[in-house]
Write a protein that binds this ligand. Structure first.
Ligand SMILES: NC(=O)c1ccc[n+]([C@@H]2O[C@H](COP(=O)([O-])OP(=O)(O)OC[C@H]3O[C@@H](n4cnc5c(N)ncnc54)[C@H](O)[C@@H]3O)[C@@H](O)[C@H]2O)c1
Ligand SMILES: O=c1ccn([C@@H]2O[C@H](COP(=O)(O)OP(=O)(O)O[C@H]3O[C@H](CO)[C@H](O)[C@H](O)[C@H]3O)[C@@H](O)[C@H]2O)c(=O)[nH]1
Length: 345
């Protein structure tokens, strides 16, 4: 069976992608140091514990499994933390990628899919954001991803190492079959935190900033279901295996929801009040991030299957074991939440 090396396969997006890879007939080999992932999420192929910078260990794993391509998720992910600990982020995200690329070259492995982020755009000049929008990240996390993108481009030019760079907007939701979930410690993402507030596992959810230039004053984001991200990776892999050219593509639904709208969706899905606390802006948060995902649709044939916010919240809630309004995956009784309509262009 064709093996794919998946760095960070024990994490949120990586584990969901391993499930989709297996469904598509590949065998994912997870390489993860479990710094932010869980062993239990690795269920669709072998697990190899190791750190990216341990090149000897990586080489042993490559030698043992002989993968035909690499999907590289492993990184530190929290933008706020990157501001406080920049060197740690650059070392893991850029240094780790360099170590991986060195070992790939030594094994004549020339196909890689890389998890990038909307954070490479920084404060957008216009929205929805296409890939040719100026790149001006505002924190070390975004810069570490942009640096890695540049390295990949140079490796392609110099050595013909082909890549697909996928710039995700806000990953959310969970496996619709309920086999996987988001499991970050500590959790910083809005939807899981709002669900915890709905069920009294935290006192409230902070709304970071109410004076943004958006229709209701709170930040607008493009929430994309993790299973749709996973399917984009499988499509990107098929492109590379068919000798397709390198590509950079945004992954988002093209619809934006404000923090207040997300909280309203959580209240609707759970049929519970969500206690909120108005708070200061969180440093480094752009007002609006909404994707123009035309390239992913055109070049990869990608189309999100779960673009509805209420369904994304429903899947997340079910994955955490919370009862929801309809108790199931389809949510016929959910109250619809409309996307933010007045996003400026
Ligand atoms: N979650 C999002 O909204 C989002 C948005 C845009 C981009 N991304 C990117 O997608 C990727 C996956 O994100 P996620 O939410 O699944 O994160 P995650 O933290 O759940 O998964 C990352 C995995 O990488 C592992 N890891 C980290 N450093 C490692 C190292 N040096 N060696 C080996 N393993 C290491 C962690 O243990 C973890 O299992 C990341 O690169 C992230 O920057 C995520
Ligand atoms: O307790 C909270 C948590 C978040 N928010 C707000 O909710 C929105 C979404 O925040 P998340 O923390 O859920 O997600 P981010 O937009 O900060 O970041 C995510 O998407 C980015 C790209 O858009 C990066 O890739 C990053 O790694 C990834 O975690 C932001 O406006 C944030 O200010 C709150 O109001 N309260």
């Amino acid at each position: 069976m064709n093996k794919i090396l998946v760095t960070g396969g024990a994490g949120f997006v990586g584990s969901h992608t391993c499930k989709s890879l297996a469904a598509a007939g590949f065998l994912p080999v997870t390489y993860d140091d479990l710094s932010n992932g869980v062993r239990d999420a690795v269920r669709w192929g072998p697990f190899e514990q190791g750190h990216l910078e341990d090149e000897a260990r990586l080489a042993t794993v490559m030698q043992a499994h002989r993968p035909i391509a690499v999907i590289h998720f492993a990184a530190f992910i929290e933008a706020g933390q990157s501001v406080r600990e920049p060197a740690r982020f650059y070392r893991n995200n850029v240094g780790g990628a360099l170590a991986l690329l060195r070992v790939m070259r030594a094994h004549q492995l020339d196909k890689i899919i890389f998890s990038s982020t909307a954070a490479v755009y920084g404060d957008p000049q216009f929205t929805p954001i296409p890939e040719h929008h100026p790149l001006a990240p505002v924190n070390p996390y975004g810069r570490s991803k942009l640096m890695t993108e540049s390295i990949l481009s140079d490796m392609d030019a110099a050595h013909g190492m082909r890549h697909v760079v996928l710039r995700y907007f806000n990953a959310c939701g969970a496996d619709p079959d309920g086999e996987l979930r988001e499991n970050h410690q500590p959790e910083t993402h809005l939807i899981p935190l709002a669900l915890q507030a709905a069920y009294g596992q935290r006192a409230d959810i902070a709304v970071f900033g109410t004076d943004y230039p958006t229709p209701d004053g709170t930040c607008v984001r493009d929430y994309v279901h993790v299973t749709d991200l996973a399917s984009a990776h499988v499509l990107a892999l098929k492109r590379l295996l068919a000798d397709g050219a390198s590509l950079t593509a945004n992954l988002g639904t093209g619809r934006g929801y404000s923090v207040r709208e997300v909280i309203a969706a959580v209240a609707a899905v759970t049929a519970r009040d969500v206690p909120i606390r108005l708070a200061e802006r969180r440093p480094g948060d752009p007002a609006i991030l909404v994707a123009d995902a035309t390239v992913a649709r055109r070049e990869l044939g990608w189309s999100p299957k779960f673009p509805e916010l209420t369904q994304q919240v429903q899947h997340a809630a079910v994955s955490f074991g919370y009862p929801t309004t309809d108790g199931g995956e389809h949510g016929e009784h959910r109250q619809a939440v409309s996307p933010c309509t007045a996003v400026p262009h």
